[in-house]
Design a protein. Structure first.
Length: 370
Protein backbone atom coordinates (compact mmCIF):
# COMPACT_ATOMS: atom_id res chain seq x y z
CA UNK A 1 0.00 0.00 0.00
CA UNK A 2 1.81 3.13 -1.19
CA UNK A 3 -0.53 6.07 -0.95
CA UNK A 4 1.44 9.32 -0.87
CA UNK A 5 0.10 12.16 1.26
CA UNK A 6 1.53 15.64 0.90
CA UNK A 7 0.24 17.95 3.61
CA UNK A 8 0.94 21.69 3.83
CA UNK A 9 4.33 21.27 2.14
CA UNK A 10 6.31 24.42 1.38
CA UNK A 11 9.81 25.01 0.08
CA UNK A 12 11.53 28.38 0.01
CA UNK A 13 14.75 29.45 -1.73
CA UNK A 14 15.90 32.78 -0.27
CA UNK A 15 12.80 34.96 -0.58
CA UNK A 16 11.30 32.86 -3.39
CA UNK A 17 8.51 30.48 -2.40
CA UNK A 18 8.98 27.60 -4.85
CA UNK A 19 6.25 25.39 -3.35
CA UNK A 20 3.50 27.13 -1.42
CA UNK A 21 1.50 25.01 1.03
CA UNK A 22 0.90 22.03 -1.27
CA UNK A 23 -1.75 19.50 -0.33
CA UNK A 24 -2.15 16.39 -2.46
CA UNK A 25 -2.99 12.73 -1.97
CA UNK A 26 -1.81 10.27 -4.59
CA UNK A 27 -3.72 7.03 -4.30
CA UNK A 28 -2.08 3.61 -4.18
CA UNK A 29 -1.02 2.59 -7.73
CA UNK A 30 -2.30 5.85 -9.18
CA UNK A 31 -0.52 7.65 -12.03
CA UNK A 32 -0.58 11.31 -11.09
CA UNK A 33 0.82 13.95 -13.43
CA UNK A 34 2.23 17.14 -11.97
CA UNK A 35 1.77 19.70 -14.74
CA UNK A 36 2.74 23.35 -15.02
CA UNK A 37 4.90 25.86 -16.84
CA UNK A 38 8.65 26.06 -16.37
CA UNK A 39 9.63 27.34 -12.94
CA UNK A 40 6.27 26.66 -11.23
CA UNK A 41 7.82 24.33 -8.64
CA UNK A 42 7.13 20.85 -10.02
CA UNK A 43 10.67 19.56 -9.70
CA UNK A 44 11.06 21.14 -6.27
CA UNK A 45 7.97 19.31 -5.01
CA UNK A 46 9.13 16.03 -6.58
CA UNK A 47 12.58 16.42 -4.99
CA UNK A 48 10.95 17.03 -1.61
CA UNK A 49 9.03 13.76 -2.00
CA UNK A 50 12.25 11.98 -3.04
CA UNK A 51 14.20 13.47 -0.14
CA UNK A 52 16.66 15.21 -2.47
CA UNK A 53 15.62 18.63 -1.16
CA UNK A 54 14.04 18.67 2.28
CA UNK A 55 10.65 20.43 2.64
CA UNK A 56 10.77 23.56 4.83
CA UNK A 57 7.29 22.92 6.18
CA UNK A 58 4.62 20.25 6.10
CA UNK A 59 4.64 16.46 6.11
CA UNK A 60 5.05 13.77 3.47
CA UNK A 61 3.72 10.30 4.17
CA UNK A 62 4.14 7.16 2.06
CA UNK A 63 1.73 4.43 3.16
CA UNK A 64 1.91 4.60 6.95
CA UNK A 65 5.49 5.94 7.03
CA UNK A 66 6.19 9.61 7.71
CA UNK A 67 9.13 10.15 5.35
CA UNK A 68 9.43 13.93 5.75
CA UNK A 69 12.86 13.79 7.37
CA UNK A 70 14.04 10.43 6.03
CA UNK A 71 17.12 10.14 3.86
CA UNK A 72 16.35 9.40 0.16
CA UNK A 73 17.62 5.82 0.42
CA UNK A 74 15.20 5.04 3.26
CA UNK A 75 12.11 6.24 1.44
CA UNK A 76 11.78 3.20 -0.86
CA UNK A 77 11.17 5.20 -3.97
CA UNK A 78 12.86 5.18 -7.34
CA UNK A 79 13.29 8.10 -9.67
CA UNK A 80 13.82 8.81 -13.35
CA UNK A 81 15.54 12.12 -14.03
CA UNK A 82 15.16 14.37 -17.05
CA UNK A 83 18.91 14.04 -17.67
CA UNK A 84 18.64 10.21 -17.27
CA UNK A 85 21.74 10.38 -14.99
CA UNK A 86 23.17 7.14 -16.30
CA UNK A 87 26.88 6.40 -16.04
CA UNK A 88 28.72 6.38 -19.39
CA UNK A 89 31.60 4.22 -18.13
CA UNK A 90 29.34 1.39 -16.94
CA UNK A 91 27.60 -1.15 -19.14
CA UNK A 92 23.83 -1.01 -19.44
CA UNK A 93 23.60 -4.04 -17.14
CA UNK A 94 25.70 -2.28 -14.49
CA UNK A 95 23.66 0.89 -14.86
CA UNK A 96 20.33 -0.87 -14.44
CA UNK A 97 21.61 -2.81 -11.44
CA UNK A 98 23.33 0.18 -9.84
CA UNK A 99 20.61 1.15 -7.35
CA UNK A 100 20.10 -2.45 -6.27
CA UNK A 101 23.83 -2.88 -5.74
CA UNK A 102 23.96 0.29 -3.65
CA UNK A 103 21.14 -1.12 -1.53
CA UNK A 104 23.21 -4.24 -0.91
CA UNK A 105 21.06 -6.65 -2.95
CA UNK A 106 22.49 -10.13 -3.63
CA UNK A 107 24.04 -10.78 -7.05
CA UNK A 108 21.36 -13.26 -8.17
CA UNK A 109 18.56 -10.83 -7.22
CA UNK A 110 20.30 -8.05 -9.15
CA UNK A 111 20.64 -10.27 -12.21
CA UNK A 112 17.00 -11.37 -12.06
CA UNK A 113 15.64 -7.81 -11.65
CA UNK A 114 17.92 -6.39 -14.34
CA UNK A 115 16.92 -9.10 -16.82
CA UNK A 116 13.22 -8.54 -16.11
CA UNK A 117 13.46 -4.74 -16.44
CA UNK A 118 15.50 -5.02 -19.65
CA UNK A 119 12.88 -7.35 -21.10
CA UNK A 120 10.06 -4.94 -20.19
CA UNK A 121 11.88 -2.12 -21.99
CA UNK A 122 12.98 -4.34 -24.92
CA UNK A 123 16.67 -3.61 -24.38
CA UNK A 124 18.00 -7.12 -23.63
CA UNK A 125 20.33 -6.84 -26.63
CA UNK A 126 21.95 -3.70 -25.18
CA UNK A 127 22.90 -5.10 -21.78
CA UNK A 128 26.63 -5.43 -22.51
CA UNK A 129 26.99 -2.10 -24.30
CA UNK A 130 27.91 1.27 -22.82
CA UNK A 131 25.42 4.19 -22.92
CA UNK A 132 27.96 6.48 -24.59
CA UNK A 133 27.37 4.86 -27.99
CA UNK A 134 23.58 4.68 -27.69
CA UNK A 135 20.77 6.92 -28.99
CA UNK A 136 18.73 9.23 -26.73
CA UNK A 137 15.76 6.86 -26.89
CA UNK A 138 17.90 3.88 -25.86
CA UNK A 139 19.42 5.82 -22.95
CA UNK A 140 15.98 6.85 -21.85
CA UNK A 141 14.94 3.18 -21.75
CA UNK A 142 17.99 2.35 -19.64
CA UNK A 143 17.01 5.07 -17.15
CA UNK A 144 13.45 3.74 -16.90
CA UNK A 145 14.70 0.13 -16.63
CA UNK A 146 17.01 1.15 -13.78
CA UNK A 147 14.07 2.71 -11.93
CA UNK A 148 11.85 -0.35 -12.49
CA UNK A 149 14.57 -2.80 -11.44
CA UNK A 150 14.36 -1.35 -7.93
CA UNK A 151 10.79 -2.70 -7.69
CA UNK A 152 9.90 0.27 -5.52
CA UNK A 153 6.25 0.91 -4.78
CA UNK A 154 6.73 4.59 -5.59
CA UNK A 155 8.09 5.84 -8.88
CA UNK A 156 8.94 9.51 -9.43
CA UNK A 157 9.56 10.68 -12.99
CA UNK A 158 10.83 14.15 -13.86
CA UNK A 159 10.16 15.01 -17.53
CA UNK A 160 11.50 11.62 -18.66
CA UNK A 161 10.57 12.17 -22.32
CA UNK A 162 11.61 15.77 -22.79
CA UNK A 163 15.00 15.00 -24.38
CA UNK A 164 13.50 12.86 -27.13
CA UNK A 165 12.47 14.01 -30.60
CA UNK A 166 8.76 14.48 -31.28
CA UNK A 167 8.08 11.13 -32.93
CA UNK A 168 9.96 9.06 -30.38
CA UNK A 169 8.27 11.00 -27.64
CA UNK A 170 4.87 10.07 -29.03
CA UNK A 171 5.85 6.39 -29.20
CA UNK A 172 7.39 6.33 -25.72
CA UNK A 173 4.36 8.09 -24.26
CA UNK A 174 2.08 5.18 -25.14
CA UNK A 175 4.70 2.58 -24.27
CA UNK A 176 5.41 4.12 -20.88
CA UNK A 177 1.71 4.31 -20.11
CA UNK A 178 1.27 0.61 -20.87
CA UNK A 179 4.38 -0.30 -18.93
CA UNK A 180 3.39 1.61 -15.84
CA UNK A 181 -0.09 0.10 -15.89
CA UNK A 182 1.57 -3.34 -15.78
CA UNK A 183 4.08 -2.39 -13.07
CA UNK A 184 1.39 -0.96 -10.79
CA UNK A 185 3.63 1.44 -8.84
CA UNK A 186 2.26 4.68 -7.39
CA UNK A 187 3.70 7.16 -9.88
CA UNK A 188 4.20 10.91 -9.89
CA UNK A 189 5.14 12.14 -13.34
CA UNK A 190 6.33 15.72 -13.83
CA UNK A 191 5.84 17.43 -17.18
CA UNK A 192 5.13 20.83 -18.69
CA UNK A 193 3.52 19.14 -21.71
CA UNK A 194 -0.25 19.29 -21.33
CA UNK A 195 -0.87 16.69 -24.06
CA UNK A 196 1.36 14.25 -22.19
CA UNK A 197 -0.57 15.01 -19.02
CA UNK A 198 -4.01 14.58 -20.63
CA UNK A 199 -3.04 11.36 -22.40
CA UNK A 200 -1.20 9.62 -19.56
CA UNK A 201 -2.50 10.69 -16.17
CA UNK A 202 -5.20 9.07 -14.02
CA UNK A 203 -5.34 12.56 -12.52
CA UNK A 204 -3.54 15.80 -13.22
CA UNK A 205 -2.39 18.29 -10.58
CA UNK A 206 -1.89 21.67 -12.27
CA UNK A 207 0.65 23.99 -10.64
CA UNK A 208 1.37 27.68 -11.06
CA UNK A 209 3.75 29.85 -9.02
CA UNK A 210 4.27 27.10 -6.45
CA UNK A 211 0.53 26.64 -5.85
CA UNK A 212 -1.52 23.61 -6.88
CA UNK A 213 -4.43 25.10 -8.81
CA UNK A 214 -6.54 22.00 -9.42
CA UNK A 215 -6.22 18.24 -9.11
CA UNK A 216 -8.72 16.16 -11.06
CA UNK A 217 -9.17 13.64 -13.86
CA UNK A 218 -7.97 14.83 -17.28
CA UNK A 219 -11.52 15.18 -18.63
CA UNK A 220 -12.52 17.37 -15.67
CA UNK A 221 -9.44 19.58 -15.84
CA UNK A 222 -10.15 20.04 -19.55
CA UNK A 223 -13.90 20.68 -19.41
CA UNK A 224 -14.24 22.23 -15.95
CA UNK A 225 -11.05 24.10 -15.10
CA UNK A 226 -11.11 25.69 -11.65
CA UNK A 227 -9.76 29.00 -12.95
CA UNK A 228 -8.67 30.93 -16.01
CA UNK A 229 -5.05 29.79 -15.75
CA UNK A 230 -5.98 26.09 -15.92
CA UNK A 231 -8.37 26.64 -18.87
CA UNK A 232 -5.70 28.60 -20.70
CA UNK A 233 -2.92 26.11 -20.00
CA UNK A 234 -4.75 22.92 -20.96
CA UNK A 235 -5.92 22.19 -24.49
CA UNK A 236 -4.70 22.99 -27.95
CA UNK A 237 -6.01 25.54 -28.72
CA UNK A 238 -6.43 26.73 -25.15
CA UNK A 239 -9.84 27.76 -23.85
CA UNK A 240 -11.10 31.03 -25.36
CA UNK A 241 -11.73 33.95 -23.02
CA UNK A 242 -14.07 36.81 -23.89
CA UNK A 243 -14.76 39.98 -21.97
CA UNK A 244 -18.44 40.69 -21.46
CA UNK A 245 -20.73 42.82 -19.31
CA UNK A 246 -23.61 41.54 -17.22
CA UNK A 247 -27.00 43.30 -17.27
CA UNK A 248 -29.78 42.23 -14.94
CA UNK A 249 -33.29 43.63 -15.47
CA UNK A 250 -36.90 42.50 -15.36
CA UNK A 251 -36.39 40.38 -18.46
CA UNK A 252 -33.63 38.40 -16.77
CA UNK A 253 -29.90 38.35 -17.25
CA UNK A 254 -28.09 39.37 -20.41
CA UNK A 255 -24.39 39.18 -21.06
CA UNK A 256 -23.15 41.44 -23.82
CA UNK A 257 -19.95 40.90 -25.72
CA UNK A 258 -18.82 43.62 -28.09
CA UNK A 259 -22.33 45.11 -28.04
CA UNK A 260 -24.07 41.76 -28.75
CA UNK A 261 -26.19 39.86 -26.25
CA UNK A 262 -25.40 36.18 -26.11
CA UNK A 263 -28.12 33.58 -25.67
CA UNK A 264 -30.39 36.13 -23.97
CA UNK A 265 -33.30 33.72 -23.78
CA UNK A 266 -31.31 31.09 -21.91
CA UNK A 267 -30.89 30.71 -18.18
CA UNK A 268 -27.47 31.58 -16.84
CA UNK A 269 -25.51 30.31 -13.91
CA UNK A 270 -27.10 31.91 -10.82
CA UNK A 271 -23.75 33.29 -9.70
CA UNK A 272 -23.68 35.58 -12.74
CA UNK A 273 -26.74 37.49 -11.51
CA UNK A 274 -24.69 39.06 -8.75
CA UNK A 275 -22.55 40.73 -11.41
CA UNK A 276 -25.15 43.26 -12.63
CA UNK A 277 -23.31 46.10 -14.38
CA UNK A 278 -19.96 44.43 -13.86
CA UNK A 279 -17.55 42.84 -16.30
CA UNK A 280 -17.44 39.09 -16.62
CA UNK A 281 -15.18 36.73 -18.51
CA UNK A 282 -16.61 33.93 -20.59
CA UNK A 283 -14.55 30.79 -21.07
CA UNK A 284 -15.47 28.47 -23.93
CA UNK A 285 -13.59 25.86 -25.94
CA UNK A 286 -13.14 26.07 -29.71
CA UNK A 287 -15.09 22.87 -30.35
CA UNK A 288 -18.03 23.90 -28.16
CA UNK A 289 -19.27 26.80 -30.29
CA UNK A 290 -21.38 26.51 -33.43
CA UNK A 291 -20.44 28.58 -36.47
CA UNK A 292 -23.39 29.44 -38.75
CA UNK A 293 -23.45 31.13 -42.14
CA UNK A 294 -26.78 32.86 -41.48
CA UNK A 295 -27.98 35.23 -38.83
CA UNK A 296 -29.71 33.33 -36.02
CA UNK A 297 -31.25 34.55 -32.77
CA UNK A 298 -28.74 34.43 -29.91
CA UNK A 299 -25.79 34.03 -32.27
CA UNK A 300 -23.11 36.69 -32.37
CA UNK A 301 -21.77 38.09 -35.67
CA UNK A 302 -18.03 37.61 -36.11
CA UNK A 303 -15.47 38.40 -38.78
CA UNK A 304 -13.21 35.60 -39.92
CA UNK A 305 -9.53 36.58 -39.72
CA UNK A 306 -7.73 33.31 -40.45
CA UNK A 307 -8.77 29.85 -41.65
CA UNK A 308 -6.41 26.99 -40.71
CA UNK A 309 -7.30 23.66 -42.34
CA UNK A 310 -5.93 21.02 -39.93
CA UNK A 311 -7.24 17.91 -41.64
CA UNK A 312 -9.72 16.74 -39.00
CA UNK A 313 -11.05 20.29 -38.50
CA UNK A 314 -10.86 23.83 -39.82
CA UNK A 315 -9.69 26.12 -37.08
CA UNK A 316 -11.02 29.65 -37.51
CA UNK A 317 -9.67 32.77 -35.84
CA UNK A 318 -12.51 35.29 -35.60
CA UNK A 319 -13.05 38.73 -34.10
CA UNK A 320 -15.99 39.63 -31.86
CA UNK A 321 -15.61 43.29 -30.95
CA UNK A 322 -12.17 43.47 -29.31
CA UNK A 323 -12.15 39.75 -28.55
CA UNK A 324 -10.34 37.21 -30.66
CA UNK A 325 -11.64 33.64 -30.67
CA UNK A 326 -10.63 30.23 -32.01
CA UNK A 327 -13.62 28.32 -33.38
CA UNK A 328 -13.38 24.74 -34.58
CA UNK A 329 -15.52 23.71 -37.57
CA UNK A 330 -15.97 20.64 -39.72
CA UNK A 331 -13.23 20.37 -42.39
CA UNK A 332 -15.85 20.75 -45.13
CA UNK A 333 -17.18 24.02 -43.68
CA UNK A 334 -16.62 26.45 -46.53
CA UNK A 335 -15.35 29.80 -45.27
CA UNK A 336 -12.68 32.36 -46.15
CA UNK A 337 -10.86 35.14 -44.35
CA UNK A 338 -12.98 38.31 -44.39
CA UNK A 339 -16.34 36.44 -44.28
CA UNK A 340 -18.97 37.24 -41.66
CA UNK A 341 -20.29 34.32 -39.62
CA UNK A 342 -22.62 33.95 -36.62
CA UNK A 343 -21.37 32.04 -33.61
CA UNK A 344 -23.61 30.39 -31.03
CA UNK A 345 -22.45 29.91 -27.45
CA UNK A 346 -24.41 27.00 -25.95
CA UNK A 347 -25.00 28.13 -22.33
CA UNK A 348 -24.08 24.75 -20.87
CA UNK A 349 -20.66 25.03 -22.52
CA UNK A 350 -19.87 28.44 -21.08
CA UNK A 351 -17.65 28.75 -18.02
CA UNK A 352 -18.28 32.03 -16.19
CA UNK A 353 -15.18 33.59 -14.72
CA UNK A 354 -14.91 36.44 -12.22
CA UNK A 355 -12.33 38.77 -13.81
CA UNK A 356 -11.25 40.03 -10.37
CA UNK A 357 -10.24 36.62 -9.01
CA UNK A 358 -9.97 34.68 -12.30
CA UNK A 359 -11.86 31.84 -10.56
CA UNK A 360 -14.58 29.97 -12.43
CA UNK A 361 -17.96 30.72 -10.85
CA UNK A 362 -20.12 27.83 -9.66
CA UNK A 363 -22.10 26.53 -12.62
CA UNK A 364 -25.75 25.61 -12.89
CA UNK A 365 -28.46 26.51 -15.33
CA UNK A 366 -31.14 27.63 -12.90
CA UNK A 367 -32.89 30.87 -13.81
CA UNK A 368 -31.60 33.97 -12.11
CA UNK A 369 -33.28 34.68 -8.82
CA UNK A 370 -34.60 31.12 -8.71
P1 LIG B 1 11.15 23.28 -15.01
O1 LIG B 1 10.05 22.62 -15.76
O2 LIG B 1 11.79 24.41 -15.76
O3 LIG B 1 12.14 22.32 -14.42
P2 LIG B 1 9.82 23.47 -12.45
O4 LIG B 1 8.36 23.70 -12.46
O5 LIG B 1 10.27 22.08 -12.20
O6 LIG B 1 10.46 24.05 -13.77
P3 LIG B 1 11.48 24.15 -10.22
O7 LIG B 1 12.72 23.59 -10.82
O8 LIG B 1 10.85 23.38 -9.14
O9 LIG B 1 10.40 24.45 -11.35
O10 LIG B 1 11.81 25.63 -9.71
C1 LIG B 1 10.84 26.43 -9.06
C2 LIG B 1 11.46 27.76 -8.71
O11 LIG B 1 12.45 27.60 -7.70
C3 LIG B 1 12.18 28.42 -9.87
O12 LIG B 1 11.96 29.81 -9.80
C4 LIG B 1 13.64 28.09 -9.63
O13 LIG B 1 14.48 29.09 -10.16
C5 LIG B 1 13.70 28.05 -8.13
N1 LIG B 1 14.73 27.09 -7.65
C6 LIG B 1 14.72 25.76 -7.86
N2 LIG B 1 15.79 25.18 -7.27
C7 LIG B 1 16.50 26.19 -6.67
C8 LIG B 1 17.70 26.25 -5.88
N3 LIG B 1 18.37 25.16 -5.58
N4 LIG B 1 18.09 27.46 -5.46
C9 LIG B 1 17.40 28.58 -5.73
N5 LIG B 1 16.25 28.59 -6.46
C10 LIG B 1 15.81 27.43 -6.91
Amino acid sequence: MAEIRIENVSKVFGDHVAVDNANLTIHDKEFLVLLGPSGCGKTTLLRAIAGLGMADAGTITIGDRDVTYMRPGERKISMVFQSYAIFPHMTVRENIGFGLKMNGAAADEIKKNVDEAAELLHIEQLLDRRPSDMSGGQRQRVAVARALAMKAEVLLMDEPLSNLDALLRLEMRAELKRLLQDVGATTIYVTHDQIEALSMGDRIAVMKDGVIQQCAEPSTVYADPSNRFVGGFIGNPPMNFLDGTVHVDDAGVRVSIGGNDIAPTQDFAPAVAGFDGRPITIGIRAENMRALTEQTEGAVPVTVQVVEPLGSQNLLTVNVGDNRLKVSTHPTFDVSAGDTLWVQFPPEQIRWIDPATEEVLPSGNAAVGA
